[in-house]
Write a protein that binds this ligand. Structure first.
Ligand code: DGL
Length: 249
C-alpha cells in the first residue's frame, strides 16, 4: 500500500495522478483536516504532524509515503527520511522546467508561506539562471476556499486576480502551482491568465517519481488490488462526499 497525505483535500490532486499511473496499487489517503491550513503554521508543528501521520500510515502497511503537500515537504521531508525506514516522495517546486520553457523569463509562483520560507524552495531558486525573474505570491484564502469545495465563482476569481495580476503585468508566461490545493483551481487560473500563459501542476511528475521508486522496491510492479482508503483527522461529517467530488473533479 502507498500512503499519501496532505493538510486536507489538496493532496487528492496528487492521488488522482498516482491512481491513474498505478491503477493496480492500493492507496491510503490521510487528510489532516483538523489542522488545515498548514501554510502559516510553525515548521516544528508540521514535523510533529508528519511524524504522527507517517506512523499511522506505516501501521496500516504503507511501503512508501507520498507527502502530497508542498508545505509539509518543506518542513519535514528530510526529517521523515531520517526517522523512518521506508521511502518518502515529496513535492518538487516545478520552477526549473518552467524556467527552461519560458519565453519571457518571468515565472509566477503561487504557494504557501511555509513553502516560500523553506530551504528546498531557496535551493531551487539558487540553481536558476540569473536572467530568470520569479514573482512570488502566497495564495491567501485559496486553501480555505478549496477545503469548502468552492472551486469557481466570484470569490475564487477575486482571490486569484489578487495573486496573479501582478505576475501577468510583469510578463509571466508560466505560473507554477506550488501548493497541491491549487490544481483544483487550475481551470479558473487558466481562464484569468489567458491563452499565452502555461499553468504548471507538478503532480504528474511527482507521481512518475513515486512509480519509479516503487518499482525499485519490488520485483512485481503492481501488487495491490486497486483499492483506496480515505482517512482524516477532523470531525467532518460531509468529508466522504467532498472526497468523491475532488476525486472526480
Ligand atoms: N496543500 C498544501 C501544500 O501543498 C498545504 C496547504 C495548507 O494547508 O496551507 O502546501
Amino acid at each position: 500500500m502507498i500512503g499519501v497525505y496532505d493538510s486536507g483535500m489538496g493532496g487528492l490532486s496528487v492521488l488522482k495522478e498516482l491512481t491513474s499511473l498505478m491503477p493496480g496499487e492500493d492507496f491510503t489517503y490521510f487528510s489532516d483536516d483538523a489542522y488545515c491550513p498548514y501554510g502559516p503554521k510553525d515548521p516544528d508543528f508540521i514535523r510533529e504532524r508528519a511524524s504522527i501521520i507517517s506512523q499511522e500510515l506505516i501501521k496500516d502497511g504503507a511501503e512508501m509515503i507520498v507527502v502530497a503537500c508542498n508545505t509539509a515537504t518543506a518542513a519535514a521531508i528530510s526529517f521523515l527520511r531520517e526517522k523512518y525506514p521506508i521511502p518518502f516522495v515529496g513535492m518538487e517546486p516545478a520552477i526549473k522546467p518552467a524556467a527552461i520553457n519560458s519565453r519571457t523569463g518571468v515565472i509566477g509562483v503561487l504557494a504557501t508561506q511555509g513553502t516560500f520560507k523553506g530551504s528546498l524552495y531557496h535551493s531551487t531558486l539558487e540553481k536558476l539562471p540569473e536572467n530568470v525573474r520569479i514573482i512570488e505570491c502566497v495564495g491567501e484564502g485559496l486553501v480555505e476556499t478549496v477545503e469548502k469545495g468552492i472551486l469557481e465563482g466570484q470569490e475564487v476569481e477575486a482571490l486569484i486576480h489578487k495573486c496573479i495580476d501582478p505576475m501577468l503585468a510583469a510578463g509571466a508566461d508560466h505560473i507554477v502551482l506550488g501548493c497541491t490545493h491549487y490544481p483544483f483551481l487550475k481551470p479558473v487560473i487558466e481562464k484569468i491568465a489567458g491563452a499565452g500563459v502555461t499553468v504548471v501542476n507538478p503532480a504528474p511528475a511527482v507521481a512518475r517519481q513515486a512509480e519509479k521508486i516503487l518499482s525499485g522496491l519490488r520485483n512485481v510492479r503492481h501488487c495491490g488490488t486497486g483499492h483506496y482508503c480515505l482517512r482524516h483527522s477532523g470531525p467532518g461529517t460531509e468529508i466522504q462526499s467532498l472526497f468523491q467530488t475532488f476525486l472526480l473533479n
